[in-house]
Design a protein around this ligand. Structure first.
Ligand code: NIG
Ligand code: FE
Length: 415
């Protein structure tokens, strides 16, 4: 099957020489072609250029032509941090917070992640697959083409494995590219409260071997935070994960400055995520690393946290990725359009920086930037076409609107 998209008002983020990530002041560049065409063959991008240079097509069989006059074409978003497999919802805690409780207080009462763990324990694999597929379809229509999904609401041997097996099955049930992350160290379960050591041993000695054997996870993640896991525990767990072939990631500096970034850099994490409480020390450490600093504006917005110093990090020469953190407790939305709006409105990122963060840099944060995250020949044909809009900056500007009209994933029309 071939698709030709012609008369594109603006083809966004084209790359002649594909980069793995876009760093520092280069994030302000977003190469575009005005009045463009884009050709897709099977599941790959086959060519692009200016309409005036278009030489026609030699083989017209099995070709679908889409006219994108007055519309923008963009590479699909890559969402490198989600907890999209979960049971039930937590809007009652949302109301508790409106009435004055903090996120930490709710956790201390056995709510928060522990509340989701109780619900996870009772859910069947089929129920989890059904609800996750609905969310995956929702984010597909919102422009996402690749997504990372974490475990971490299981918090027991059986439940963590159940989550990871569900994630593995989802890979065959959606056209989205999926990467899996083992987040057994998301919280200390109630029954191990007085013996955290025992839970860490369970993670390392019982869960990791079977996860490696069944090839259930690409990444290993830890919530490094007061009342969750310390910097030292984070390093220990991630180092063990590496021995089982899992690349480290960290939930870092979300609620306080607790050492997650330094732990992540030390173990060679592919990304450190959240970063609301990052300071100069962390910025310096990140400068000498290959770790992608990743911000999760949906969670900061939903929990009314301070803004991560994204502007400062880019000005210091760092790359930034943005992801949704789609989960029931701190970001019940996977809408990457909204995430880039927050980057622009609250964090002073330009639309170019926010789009680079949500595409190529977020692809880097899940080791997909060779195949995803920009318009380049040979990359996966994951693109979306907007409604009629004046420019790409109109997307973050129109926060809350859905401006996406057509979605193509792996060269197939989804919508
Ligand atoms: O990324 N911070 C830790 N984990 C999730 C929230 C989990 C929850 O509240 O269910 C996050 O924000
Ligand atoms: Fe998270």
């Amino acid at each position: 099957m071939k698709i030709l998209i012609k008369n594109i008002k603006q083809l966004v983020q084209v790359e002649e020489n594909p980069q793995l990530k876009i760093v520092g002041k280069d994030m302000k560049n977003l190469p575009c072609i005005n009045d463009a065409w884009l050709a897709i063959e099977d599941d790959k991008i086959a060519g692009f250029g200016k309409m005036e240079d278009w030489e026609g097509i030699s083989d017209w069989t099995d070709l679908k032509i889409i006219d994108a006059s007055d519309k923008i074409v963009m590479p699909s978003y890559c969402d490198s941090h989600t907890h999209i497999v979960y049971a039930g919802s937590r809007e009652s805690e949302f109301v508790d917070r409106i009435n004055g409780l903090t996120y930490e207080e709710i956790f201390e009462r056995g709510g928060g992640i522990l509340n989701s763990a109780k619900k996870m324990n009772e859910a069947t694999e089929d129920e989890l697959i059904e609800s996750a597929l609905k969310r995956l379809y929702e984010i597909t229509l919102q422009g996402t083409g690749a997504v990372e999904i974490k475990s971490g609401y299981g918090l027991s041997f059986e439940s963590e494995l159940k989550m990871l097996r569900v994630i593995k099955k989802l890979k065959g049930l959606t056209p989205l590219t999926i990467k899996a992350t083992f987040l057994g160290a998301h919280a200390v379960p109630e029954e191990y409260k007085k013996n955290k050591r025992k839970y860490i041993d369970l993670i390392i000695n019982e869960m990791m071997p079977i996860i490696a054997e069944e090839k259930l996870a690409d990444y290993c993640d830890v919530f490094c935070e007061q009342n969750y896991f310390t910097k030292e525990e984070t390093i220990e767990i991630l180092t063990a994960g590496k021995k089982y072939g899992m690349v480290p990631k960290v939930h870092a500096e979300q609620l306080s400055n607790s050492g997650g970034v330094l732990a992540g850099v030390e173990v060679g994490a592919i990304s450190v995520d959240h970063l609301e409480f990052v300071g100069n020390k962390e910025i310096e450490a990140l400068k000498n690393s290959d770790t992608m600093p990743t911000i999760l504006p949906g969670a900061a917005f939903f929990l009314s946290l301070p803004s991560p110093p994204a502007r400062k990090m880019i000005d210091a020469g760092l790359p930034i990725a943005v992801a949704s953190d789609f989960n029931p407790g701190s970001s019940p939305s996977g809408n990457m359009n909204f995430a880039i709006s927050i980057c622009c409105i609250q964090y002073q990122l330009t639309p170019e920086e926010a789009i680079n963060a949500a595409t190529i840099n977020s692809a880097y944060a899940m080791d997909l930037s060779k195949t995803h995250g920009s318009i380049a020949i040979g990359k996966q044909a994951n693109v979306f076409i907007t409604k009629e809009i004046p420019s790409y900056a109109f997307i973050p500007y129109s926060f809350g609107s859905n401006l996406i009209e057509t979605v193509i994933i792996n060269g197939k029309l989804i919508k």
